[in-house]
Design a binder for this molecule. Structure first.
Ligand code: ATP
Length: 259
């Protein structure tokens, strides 16, 4: 589904250049849920923006379903951290979710069905005529998720989508993402700085080094597919995986790099 090969990104500024990403190589298979973690400033957002076609890499390439990414690809949806800025305040919830489908020229009747299904899936069918500013932060982020899901993407990119919501809402939204992923079979690449969240959600966790960034380790998460906040997080294996990823990040912060 997704092939990131030798991706490098150097930001060029006035008299200053920052090598954010040095050499990233990994693949994500169809239907996988892969989390990316790394120290602050490791280039997680840079990576995601390159995958989304919003930013050109300096070297290497990103290949999605066999095609090199040179701009935002049609089969992709992105959910950003800042839900407040990603929804249009003058549009209702339903209109926000419907907008990308109009741009995709989905016929009206099908559009109506997709919007309805997506809003029901995130538990917001009742709020479809409200405006985003009438909703809580967690509800607004659910609208952003509904909008991404209604678009029927092959690849869903999520960039720290729950960083700005409270812990309880965050747990609910994590379960929502897993439930949607299991139901829709969509491929998900999920960036987070939260180690517990990465281990709880992912089938694999890719740990990045500090900048200039390479992949430190690709950790398979061998927890049962049927996960819930209480049971899964109290498994001894969860604690082991969490400790392993935590140690990797500590090592990354102190400059450790793979040989
Ligand atoms: N537009 C830009 N111009 C110059 N440097 C940039 C730009 N965007 C990011 N950088 C630099 O690239 C590096 C990686 O930044 P990036 O935001 O991708 O990291 P991150 O892992 O997402 O960080 P965080 O976890 O703190 O959100 C940092 O050193 C940052 O200062």
């Amino acid at each position: 589904m997704l092939d990131v090969r030798g991706l490098k990104k150097v930001y060029e500024g006035r008299g200053r250049s920052v090598e954010a990403v040095r050499d990233l190589t990994f693949t994500v298979g169809t239907g996988e849920l892969v989390c990316i973690v790394g120290p602050s400033g490791a280039g997680k957002t840079t990576l995601l923006r390159c995958v989304a076609g919003l930013l050109d890499g300096t070297a290497g390439e990103v290949v999605l379903e066999g095609e090199a990414v040179t701009g935002p690809p049609p089969g992709m949806a992105v959910v950003f951290q800042e839900y407040g800025r990603s929804l249009f305040p003058w549009m209702t919830v339903r209109q926000n979710v419907e907008l990308p489908l109009k741009e995709k020229r989905v016929p009206k009747e099908r559009r109506r069905r997709l919007v309805q299904d997506a809003l029901e899936a995130v538990g917001l069918a009742e709020a479809q005529d409200a405006h985003p500013w009438q909703l809580s932060g967690g509800m607004q982020q659910r609208v952003a998720i509904a909008r991404a899901v209604a678009y029927e993407p092959h690849l869903l990119l999520m960039d720290e989508p729950f960083a700005a919501v409270d812990a309880q809402t965050r747990a609910d939204l994590e379960d929502l993402v897993r439930a949607l992923w299991l139901r829709l079979g969509v491929t998900v690449l999920f960036v987070t700085h939260d180690i517990d969240e990465a281990v709880y959600l992912g089938q694999r966790v890719i740990v990045l080094s500090n900048s200039p960034t390479v992949v430190l380790e690709d950790v398979p998460i061998d927890l049962p597919a049927d996960r819930d906040q209480l049971t899964t997080r109290s498994l001894p294996r969860f604690a082991e995986l969490r400790a392993h990823v935590y140690e990797l990040i500590q090592r990354a912060k102190s400059g450790h790099r793979p040989t």
